[in-house]
Design a protein around this ligand. Structure first.
Ligand code: ATP
Ligand code: LTN
Length: 331
């Protein structure tokens, strides 16, 4: 039997090249060898305010982009988180099995509160509990994610093990799966920061729906260094390293091979190559995206996906509810 893999992406804003390289492209590669379950984590989006109209548009775009990047609804189960209410239900149960100390250690929340961001919500704080429910509902063996999500999957393992010890074997304990190349694509304007949807200037981040001309400009003006030496030195030349990593992930060539080709040449030449590879990827994705939007297949894909997902999720939720002793049997 195939092992099961599950992952999700938050549709806050437009999907980025970081999402593609760190997550989406891997889902596509895995869909033949694993039973793949992929969902749009819309409940996770509202931990921070989203304009309702923008959110609706981003949800549709996210599904269309999943398909445009090569996820095949005949192979993978694709659905919207809110179409399977078991996520929120098990999420609450998970919150009751998570300690405050554990949530306090989660870097995503810690970073936001350290920055002094005001009005952080309780939903943002307990979000790792919902993420644990997302994963455990499906008995997932593996969770392919970018580096930034490893800590959340590890917390999920702790919660699952604790629950199993307390109530008896209920959940499969999942493992994070992090790709060797591209697990953390950095911002083009500040290579010490992750390329992020929520990039304030938009210049450090390439969006999958960026006009290729705009994407090329962003790459050509990416921050590098003044050493003018093409080699792999992540610590001293993080900007250059990031560009080579992007090109490697998208072309399938090794990073060493790319360095070998451009060694001794200026950064401009290398950037031109990275831009070619990125634009080629964007053009292919955007071509398919247009076809998918026009074909109006999204609703059907989501409906069928939610049906398949609910059948699995409801069984697990039921099992957990019974183990805890939350139900009364009516005659
Ligand atoms: P934000 O950028 O607003 O923090 P996000 O893009 O990290 O959001 P998601 O969209 O939920 O949040 O992330 C989806 C997947 O993409 C996750 O597996 C995450 O690890 C991966 N991912 C996101 N950004 C990058 C990046 N810069 N490099 C590699 N993987 C990434
Ligand atoms: N937390 C993830 C999105 C996410 C997810 C999940 C990923 C929500 N639920 C379950 C894998 C498995 C993020 O912010 N990138």
């Amino acid at each position: 039997m195939k092992k099961r893999m599950l992952s999700g992406i938050k549709p806050t804003g437009q999907l980025t090249l970081g999402n593609y390289i760190g997550a989406l492209r891997n889902f596509v590669n895995y869909q033949d060898d694993y039973e793949m379950i992929v969902f749009i984590a819309n409940l996770h989006c509202i931990t921070e305010y989203q304009d309702p109209e923008d959110l609706k548009k981003n949800l549709t775009d996210a599904v269309a982009l999943y398909l445009a990047c090569g996820l095949d609804p005949n192979k993978a189960t694709i659905f919207l988180q809110t179409d399977v209410p078991a996520h929120a239900q098990l999420g609450y149960i998970m919150a009751c099995n998570t300690y405050l100390g554990e949530l306090n250690r989660m870097t995503q929340f810690k970073d936001k509160s350290a920055k002094g961001e005001k009005n952080l919500t309780a939903g943002l704080y307990t979000y790792p509990c919902l993420m644990a429910a997302d994963i455990l509902l499906y008995d997932a063996n593996y969770v392919p994610v970018g580096e930034d999500q490893k800590q959340h999957v590890e917390l999920t393992r702790d919660i699952a093990q604790r629950f199993n010890n307390k109530y008896g074997e209920t959940f499969v304990v999942p493992e994070p799966l992090i790709a060797k190349v591209g697990a953390r694509i950095m911002s083009l304007t500040d290579p010490s920061k992750k390329m992020s949807k929520s990039d304030e200037t938009n210049k450090g981040c390439i969006y999958l729906l960026d006009d290729p001309k705009v994407a090329r400009k962003k790459i050509m003006s990416a921050v590098t260094d003044s050493l003018n030496d093409i080699k792999l030195d992540k610590e001293n030349q993080p900007g250059l390293y990031n560009l080579i990593e992007i090109a490697s992930a998208l072309s399938g060539r090794s990073m060493e091979d790319i360095v070998e080709e451009f060694k001794g040449q200026g950064y401009g030449k290398l950037k031109g190559y990275v831009a070619d590879v990125v634009c080629d990827t964007l053009e292919k994705i955007q071509g398919r995206y247009k076809e998918i939007i026009e074909s109006r297949q999204i609703e059907k894909v989501l409906e069928e996906g939610a049906q398949k997902a609910s059948a699995i999720a409801n069984k697990t939720l039921d099992k957990a509810v019974k183990k805890i002793g939350l139900e009364i049997k009516y005659q």
